[in-house]
Design a protein around this ligand. Structure first.
Ligand code: 13P
Ligand code: SF4
Length: 303
């Protein structure tokens, strides 16, 4: 079936079902085009809590749908491909975290939202790239902080807050495909461009950037900046998102290899099947969800 026909069928069925489509900023263009709401991890968590529709087709990866399911257990949260995971989230298990807490019993636990529900169940507060600094700053001074799974976000937050942090060694394989040489080459070709990179990049890449921002931060920065050209150091889906929002500006991917294969598992065909069958539904065991909820709510409260 042609993309346009598929999109039309999805629109009709979505209306019949009373469903809403949420999509992360990294989703493929055709999915961004049919989404009701697009956003970063923090926007999507807030939306999942706030919107009235009881059926949510979540176009993103597993931890995002899981977070929505924890926040809104009464809603049907459908992930069109349940195998769309986040390798970084899987780099820290709940058992690892329990052991780490035993070694540092006095420490507070802040976890990136890119973590499993089981890990969140052992967490004091979650954070996203948009509010990680604020969340860490909300922990009383003098208290050590266990942070995971992302070593690069953790290292960047430590540099911004000067807090004592015990940081897990996870990383995002897609953001590790961005290299400083690529940025330097693009900068030479576009001397007036502003370089924005995600805090998941490694410090060598962050060191050659002008701005370190989550995807929501990139959108806000591009809107208020006087620059016309931006080099975008994150997953390549973000370039389409920015181009659609600001057609008068010019966005260049820092690395065309920075693709998240899991984000790209969602397709129009899978969305249509999900709407027809109203599955696969993402469920979280009530005991785990109960414990994980307060860490997510604390993050949303901090903003
Ligand atoms: P944002 O919250 O900045 O959109 O990031 C999500 C993510 O998975 C980054 O790889
Ligand atoms: Fe996970 Fe990286 Fe994909 Fe984000 S881009 S969902 S951190 S693998």
């Amino acid at each position: 079936m042609a993309k346009r026909e598929l999109a039309e069928k999805i629109r009709r069925l979505k209306k019949d079902r009373g469903a809403v489509i949420l999509a992360h900023n990294y989703q493929p263009p055709e999915i961004q085009d049919i989404a009701d709401h697009l956003g970063d991890s923090l926007d999507l968590s807030r939306l999942a809590q706030r919107i009235e529709e009881r059926i949510i087709i979540f176009c993103g990866v597993h931890f995002m749908a899981e977070t929505a399911a924890i926040l809104s257990p009464e809603k049907k949260i459908i992930l069109p491909d349940p195998s769309a995971g986040c390798p970084m989230a899987d780099m820290l298990s709940a058992d690892d975290l329990v052991l780490l807490k035993k070694d540092h019993p006095d420490a507070a636990v802040v976890m990136y939202i890119n973590s499993t529900a089981e890990v969140k169940a052992h967490t004091d507060s979650c954070c996203t790239s948009a509010n990680a600094v604020k969340v860490v700053e909300s922990i009383p001074n003098g208290k050590r902080i266990i942070f995971g799974p992302d070593q690069y976000l953790g290292g960047w937050v430590r540099s911004q807050t000067d807090r004592e942090m015990i940081v897990w060694n996870g990383y995002c394989p897609s953001h590790q495909k961005i290299f400083p040489e690529q940025i330097e080459k693009l900068r030479k070709e576009n001397p007036d461009a502003v370089v924005m990179v995600h805090p998941e990049v490694n410090p060598e890449v962050a060191g050659v950037a002008d701005q370190i921002l989550g995807t929501g931060g990139m959108i806000r920065f591009a809107s208020k900046s006087n620059a016309e050209t931006f080099i975008v150091g994150t997953e390549t889906g973000m370039v389409y998102r920015l181009e659609k929002l600001y057609p008068e500006k010019y966005f260049i991917a820092a690395s065309k290899q920075a693709v998240c294969p899991n984000m790209k598992k969602i397709s129009l065909e899978k969305i249509l099947s999900s709407l027809e069958a109203l599955e696969p539904i993402i469920r979280v065991a009530p005991d785990v969800a109960g414990l994980a909820l307060s860490s997510i709510e604390r993050m949303i409260e901090i903003g």
